[in-house]
Design a protein around this ligand. Structure first.
Ligand SMILES: Nc1nc2c(ncn2[C@@H]2O[C@H](COP(=O)(O)OP(=O)(O)OP(=O)(O)O)[C@@H](O)[C@H]2O)c(=O)[nH]1
Ligand SMILES: [Mg+2]
Length: 419
């Protein structure tokens, strides 16, 4: 795999933007430019072409390879960034034919993650994603050597190298997984502590660059990084936010999604996206320009697909169209059940907070219960989940004011309601 070295120095690159029919997923031209910028690349030229299908050996036709090679020479570029994923052999052949390194979409995304990962967990996740991808490419690249398997003295040097590489990679992947499991259980304990602080949780999700962190800052007066390039946020951040009618809500900012997120990244970023499972409500942020260009369903489809993969598509969701300040008044979409805001200008946030409060109240409710002394395990359960707002001991049992998810209240405490 032709990894770009994770250096902060800018690379001089050419963008190769290939339009293929819909079944071949790739980055849009705006996305490819954004990814290049996020990877600190200096774009010297953009080469666009349209094809009916990718070619097996070089991905693009020979005529285009020659023309692109000339363009690369003229602009003295060192890397070509392509908007599609390439097989290992295709990437190798195209690099050789163009005499410059070719970087495909997944590799570019991994490189951006490597540049932006700051925390211990973030760095581990990037390494895991890179190694997982590398291991599949090694296997594919070397499978022809496996036929050389035989008795002592018959093992070819290639096979030995393959085995060594595989063993080293597998060992490293195992070590990283163990460390990530530890990070995950630590995060679960922290979020458990969060639950004990009895605040419901809202999680920001959405396409990368849609403005989640800007909204997070506007809603919580925090100061997390907001940048005009994809994947500025990698690690989840939690802050408390004031919501009318509730004692407080924990708001979590997460890593942004991207169309056709490579499976290696999904797996590696599970620890980051675990926050999604903590949610009582999801706040799905969409760039309003996307809605106007592609329609509501298409603009939301990619994020919904990832949520389905994460088994979080059933959670109550507040839809937010952000960046309404960039639209002329008449263009702003007024869908039912959607909050149209400008996170940058703090516009529309009161209605958004009301909607979040309403959605949480629908899922949560507050009741007074009288638990008899012989049901001590129920009282323990309420404490464990941080549901208790106030407690008092009476002659007949514990009188508790509870705030909890409606479904949990009905399942456990139904016989003891007294209000
Ligand atoms: N005009 C305008 N720009 C906005 C608004 N909200 C966010 N932006 C800009 O959009 C860019 C991306 O914002 P972020 O908040 O970093 O987006 P994000 O969704 O957190 O992105 P990632 O963390 O990279 O996935 C920044 O340049 C913001 O200034 C808005 O309401 N109006
Ligand atoms: Mg962000």
């Amino acid at each position: 795999m032709a990894l770009i070295q994770p250096t902060e120095q800018s690379l001089c690159v050419a963008l190769l933007y290939v339009t293929l029919p819909d079944q071949y997923q790739g980055a849009s031209s705006a996305e490819l430019t954004g990814l290049a910028e996020a990877a600190h690349c200096q774009v010297s030229t953009v080469y666009t072409l349209k094809q009916k299908r990718p070619y097996a050996k070089l991905f693009i036709g020979k005529g285009h390879v020659e023309a692109l090679k000339q363009v690369c020479l003229e602009h003295t570029v060192t890397h070509v960034l392509i908007n599609h994923d390439l097989s290992a052999s295709c990437q190798k052949h195209l690099s050789e034919a163009l005499c410059v390194e070719v970087i495909d979409r997944t590799e570019l995304i991994l490189h951006i993650f490597a540049l932006h990962a700051r925390s211990f967990a973030g760095k581990l996740q990037v390494e895991l994603a890179q190694l997982t991808r590398l291991s599949t490419r090694l296997i594919r690249g070397w499978t022809h050597l496996e036929r050389q398997k035989g008795g002592i003295g018959l093992r070819g040097p290639g096979e030995t190298q393959l085995e060594t590489d595989r063993r080293l990679i597998t060992r490293r992947i195992k070590t990283i997984r163990k460390k990530l499991d530890a990070v995950r259980s630590q995060r679960q304990q922290t979020s458990h502590a969060g639950r004990q602080s009895r605040y419901p949780t809202a999680v920001l999700v959405g396409y990368t660059n849609s403005g989640k962190s800007t909204l997070f800052n506007a809603l919580t007066a925090a100061n997390v990084l907001c940048a005009g390039y994809p994947f500025a946020t990698l690690d989840p951040v939690t802050r408390r936010m004031e919501v009318p009618g509730l004692e407080g809500v924990l708001l979590i900012d997460t890593v942004g999604f991207i169309r056709g997120l490579p499976p290696a990244i999904i797996e590696a970023f599970h620890a980051t996206l675990d926050a999604v499972h903590e949610a009582d409500v999801l706040i799905h942020v969409v760039d309003v320009a996307e809605v106007i260009n592609r329609g509501h369903d298409a603009a939301c489809a990619d994020v919904k697909e990832v949520l389905t993969q994460l088994e979080a598509d059933h959670l109550p969701t507040v839809m937010v169209y952000n960046k309404k300040d960039l639209m002329c008044g008449s263009d702003v979409v007024s869908e039912v059940d959607v909050c149209c805001v400008s996170a940058l200008q703090c516009d529309g946030l009161d209605r958004l907070k009301d909607t979040i409060g309403q959605r949480i109240s629908e899922a949560y409710c507050q009741r007074v219960v009288l638990i008899p002394f012989d049901q001590a395990q129920l009282r323990a359960l309420c404490y464990e989940h941080g549901w208790i707002l106030s407690a008092q001991e009476t002659d007949t049992g514990w009188l508790l004011t509870i705030q909890a998810p409606r479904a949990d209240l009905l399942a456990h405490l139904n016989p003891y309601f007294i209000d």
